[in-house]
Design a protein around this ligand. Structure first.
Ligand code: ADP
Length: 388
């Protein structure tokens, strides 16, 4: 059997796993162990997963139940998605104790994401000590953002002392999708100016010239930019100081609100766009406003990135909402014919799953839908780093 890579995405309450063959792109197995650390009703029949060690055990049990023994899988590597690589970790990196210590040092920059990733790495290294473990960073693709895009206009000494810059996230997806767009069109990547819209629970936009990012919507943390499922995206920093000073909210309260009780959920009560749509259809004004704010912000970013690029040859939608919600794509791009941006309604409404064009043939800007595949991109990054 061709060698494969076990890709792990360890979050605070879940571990997503997949086994991918980097050469063929085949997904051998995938799944998720969730509700880590939750109290489970003993009568419910659900299995409790006490901690990340138990979750990794459960991954191997689930693989075995699907008929995949570790011997059969012949793992070439374990690839770990790590959200924040900070200023220094921006290449896929074989994990050793020093790398773990470096990722640990970055915990304050990504308190919700990096600590569970470290737990996942440590447990997986103990379970599979003879297989190389490779960390792949969500920030990596944006490491070389131009300084004008990466820099916050704040006191430069403070920024430098505390490593404050715009790091960008979802980089694995933005890179993969922009490369796929060039492959789909059959043109060299370095000839394209692109906008990639990654619209999932988390959401981010990027502007990419010749395969290199020149702008992205997330910043120091994954909270900046577009409206997301539960995150606010851009807010006036004054909101935070005002809430702290006047409403007596702690930093933790404010962070939790901005991360978990804002965005589409905070405004419309639903995270999932299918549920939001059903609420809108019942005439719920809060759900309608949530949608309107979401689309307005998305259009603002598209407009800004058109100005950054001068012109966009390709605009690509990806991730759960971008790949599946035709109305979001239509509303995001309506009325932009003057900029060369048009959709073919029939193509846009097609329920097809594969990479596809949704703009009319010959339109100045080609609009695409391309399924993201971060697992495959991580598996390939592992294969590359091991090949030296
Ligand atoms: P994550 O950021 O968790 O990886 P995904 O990329 O899987 O997120 O996107 C998840 C979101 O995609 C869901 O919350 C839902 O809003 C949206 N979504 C998934 N399928 C559909 C669909 N058929 N129509 C509209 N939205 C969808």
């Amino acid at each position: 059997m061709t060698r494969s890579v076990l890709v792990l995405n360890s979050g605070s309450s879940s571990v997503k796993y997949s086994v991918v063959q980097p050469d063929s792109g085949a997904m051998v197995a995938d799944g998720m162990i969730d509700r880590i650390g939750e109290d489970i009703d003993p009568g419910s029949g659900d299995k409790s997963v006490a901690d990340h060690a138990a979750a990794i055990d459960a991954v191997f049990e689930a693989l075995a139940a699907d008929g995949h023994s570790l011997e059969d899988l012949d793992l070439a590597a374990v690839g770990h998605r790590v959200v924040h690589g900070g200023p220094n970790l921006f290449r896929p990196t074989v994990v050793d104790d020093t790398v773990i210590a470096q990722i640990e040092e970055l915990a304050p920059l990504a308190p919700l994401h990096n600590p569970p990733a470290i737990l996942g790495i440590e447990v997986a290294r103990r379970a599979l000590p003879d297989v190389p473990h490779v960390a792949v960073f969500d920030t990596a693709f944006f490491h070389d953002l131009p300084a004008a895009a990466a820099t916050y206009a704040i006191d430069r000494d403070v920024a430098s002392r505390w490593h404050i810059r715009r790091y960008g996230f979802h980089g694995t997806s933005h890179q993969y999708v922009s490369e796929q767009a060039a492959a789909f069109l059959g043109v060299p990547l370095d000839t394209l100016s692109q906008i990639v819209l990654h619209l999932g629970n988390g959401a981010s936009a990027s502007a990419i010239v010749g395969g290199r990012p020149v702008e992205t919507s997330m910043g120091l943390t994954p909270m900046e930019g577009l409206v997301m499922g539960t995150r606010s995206g851009d807010v006036d920093p004054g909101v935070i100081t005002y809430l702290s000073r006047t409403a007596g909210m702690s930093v933790e309260d404010i962070e939790t609100m901005l991360n978990r009780r804002s965005g589409v959920r905070g405004l419309g009560g639903e995270v999932d766009f299918r549920a939001l749509r059903r609420q809108i259809e019942t005439g719920d004004p809060a759900a309608q406003l949530a949608y309107d704010v979401y689309i307005h912000r998305l259009r603002k970013y598209i407009g800004a990135y058109l100005a950054v690029l001068g012109t966009a040859g390709v605009i690509t939608f990806t991730a759960g909402i971008g790949e599946n919600d035709a109305a979001v794509r239509r509303d995001a791009l309506s009325g932009l014919t003057a900029f060369g941006i048009e959709l073919d309604e029939h193509l846009n409404d097609s329920p097809a799953r594969a990479a596809r064009r949704i703009s009319p043939e010959g339109a100045p800007t080609t609009v695409l839908v391309i399924p993201t595949n971060e697992e495959l991109a991580i598996a390939r990054a592992c294969a590359q780093v091991l090949a030296g």
